[in-house]
Design a protein around this ligand. Sequence first.
Ligand code: HSE
Length: 341
Amino acid sequence: MRGANPIRVIIVGFGVVGRGVARSMLMERERMLSTGMDLRLVGIADLWGCMVDEGGLDIAELCSLDGVLARKTSIDKNMSSYDLIEKADYDILVETTPTNKDTGEPGLGHIKAALKGGKHVVTSNKGPIVLAYGELSKLAEENNVRLCYEATVGGAMPIINLAREALAGNTIISVKGIFNGTCNYILTRMVDTKLPYEHALSEAQELGYAEADPTYDVEGYDTASKLVIIANTIFGMNSKLSDVEVMGITRVTPEAIKLAGDSGYSIKLIGEVSRDGSLSVAPRMVPKNHQLNVHGTLNAALIETDLAGEITVTGKGAGSIEAASAIMGDIASIWIELYKT
Ligand code: HSE
């Protein structure tokens, strides 16, 4: 137990999500302090270099930076993300670099280095959890640290911790829903404003919802990645992306959307994972009065259980502050479990 000492955090990947985490630390600071939780941001890294201050970086100043750290003169351009992860003095690595579904890098290497060094890891990065959940959770266990990844699925919508903690007394039979904010935003804009697909996608990119490579979103691989994470971490399966039947939204036409609408349905990109091991992503017709018929960047998940029956959750699935909400929740639960006195 560290008593009332500060919990020292480093953020690796200071893009949309990383900056959201820094902003949230500032926004929540007074409330967290009143509960005894003193979070201190002691280092950040992005492609251009690192900034470190053991006394705590000036978050307000960092948040006022428009874009990359390279604009900051105090950045150390010779310090790599690994230098920061392996040599800095901190408690929790927040890993928010962009996802790579094929290699998991650079996030996978970052997470392994931190866990091996005895640091807790909180991440929004899907690639490493999709590709190496078993190995990473074993590393965390061997080094007696936590690996938390609520932000990898559903953004601000709670699902991983909900299923693993609040619903731990149930057998979960299936999870299905909308797990990609970008696709839901595009489909919503195509209906509400009759915006062409390409324009709606550009908007989603400008608003920071889409992946660095937006084909992950629209071709369904982002949803598929989230299903693999649900399958492996909630159902204890050993699934890979190649186990998921995937169809994205690129072939959904305005005519199909109109036809569905006229018959009382919305077209939504639905992901589904069942206890029997089947995983699929495809555009589906959802009745307009169904609980999964949510709009904009909202995600929704319908969890089918034996004792509780159906549980539905919904929340903003993409965005800077929304992903930060899940990351802050994971940081807080590490603090409550290990540091709170
Ligand atoms: N690109 C993702 C989405 C971000 O649109 O849902 C959150 O995982």
